[in-house]
Design a binder for this molecule. Structure first.
Ligand code: ADP
Length: 243
C-alpha cells in the first residue's frame, strides 16, 4: 500500500539519501534503525514532503507522486494520507489537550465542533488522558504530551502513521507509557513507520525492520532475521554497539 522508489535527497550538494526503496503492506509495522546521521528522519519526512525529495516516487495507496514534479495537489494528498508524531510533540501551547486533538478534526476533516469533540474524547481515552482534557501542554509530563501527539495524529485518520523518534526526548521513566500506547494502536492494524532506537519495541512490535546507514538501506527483513541473524557487517556492528 506504500511504495517508495529510489528516494534521493541532498542538502547543499551533499546526498544524504542515495536512492531508498521501501514497500510497506497495509497494517504492517515497519521500524527504521540506524546510526545517528544515517538519514532515517530525512527519509521519514520525505514520505509526506516535509522534506521534498530530490528524486524518486512516493506512492500511498492508489496515489503516486513523481518527486521531481510534485503539484500542490500531490503534496496535499500525501499529507492527508499520513500523520506524523514528532520527537518534540509539536503541540499548540495555547490550546488545551482537547483543543489540540479537535483542531485537525475541525480544520482538516471539516467535522462539526460537537462531532469533533466526541471523536477527540474517544481518542484521548484511548491514550489514557481522559482526566487531562482541559490541561495545557505545559501542565503535562513529556510522556503525556507525546500521548496527546499520538491522539492528534490518529484524529487525522491517516492511512499511515509516521513516528519520528517518538520517545527520544523523554526521561527514561516515561518511555514505557508512550511505547505501550503505540503498541496498543499497532494491534488495531494501522500501518506504521517508526524511526526509533528502542530495540525492545522493534523486536516485540514490528513486522519488518530496515537498517539504514549513510543514506542507504543496508539490510531489511523480519525482526528475527535482523536481530538474531544479521547478514551485513554494518548491521552486526550497529547491533553490537547498542546492545
Ligand atoms: P538520522 O535521522 O538518521 O539521525 P537525519 O535524517 O537527521 O539522520 O540526517 C541525515 C543527514 O542529513 C545528516 O548528515 C544531517 O546533518 C543532514 N541534514 C538533515 N536535515 C538537514 C537540513 N535541514 N539541512 C542540512 N542538512 C541536513
Amino acid at each position: 500500500m506504500i511504495k517508495l522508489t529510489n528516494i534521493k535527497k541532498s542538502f547543499h550538494g551533499q546526498e544524504v539519501l542515495k536512492g531508498i526503496n521501501l514497500t510497506v503492506k497495509k497494517g504492517e509495522i515497519v521500524v527504521i534503525l540506524g546510526p545517528s546521521g544515517s538519514g532515517k528522519t530525512t527519509f521519514l519526512r520525505c514520505i509526506n514532503f516535509l522534506e521534498k525529495p530530490s528524486d524518486g516516487e512516493v506512492a500511498i495507496g492508489d496515489y503516486s507522486v513523481d518527486c521531481k514534479r510534485p503539484s500542490k495537489l500531490d503534496i496535499l494528498t500525501l499529507r492527508k494520507r499520513t500523520a506524523m508524531v514528532f520527537q518534540q510533540y509539536n503541540l499548540f501551547k495555547h490550546k488545551t489537550v482537547l483543543e489540540n486533538v479537535m483542531e485537525g478534526l475541525v480544520i482538516v476533516q471539516k467535522k462539526k465542533p460537537e462531532a469533533a469533540r466526541i471523536k477527540a474524547l474517544e481518542l484521548l481515552e484511548k491514550v489514557g488522558l481522559s482526566d487531562k482534557i482541559n490541561a495545557y501542554p505545559s501542565q503535562l509530563s513529556g510522556g503525556q504530551q507525546q500521548r496527546v501527539g499520538i491522539a492528534r495524529a490518529l484524529a487525522l485518520n491517516p492511512e499511515v502513521l509516521l513516528f519520528d523518534e517518538p520517545t527520544s526526548a523523554l526521561d527514561p521513566e516515561l518511555v514505557g507509557e508512550v511505547l505501550e500506547v503505540i503498541k496498543k494502536i499497532a494491534l488495531e492494524g494501522i500501518t506504521m513507520i517508526v524511526v526509533t532506537h528502542e530495540m525492545g519495541f522493534a523486536k516485540e512490535v514490528s513486522n519488518h525492520v530496515v537498517f539504514m546507514d549513510q543514506g542507504t538501506v543496508v539490510e531489511e527483513g523480519s525482526p528475527i532475521e535482523i536481530f538474531t541473524n544479521p547478514k551485513e557487517d554494518r548491521t552486526k556492528q550497529f547491533l553490537k554497539r547498542i546492545r
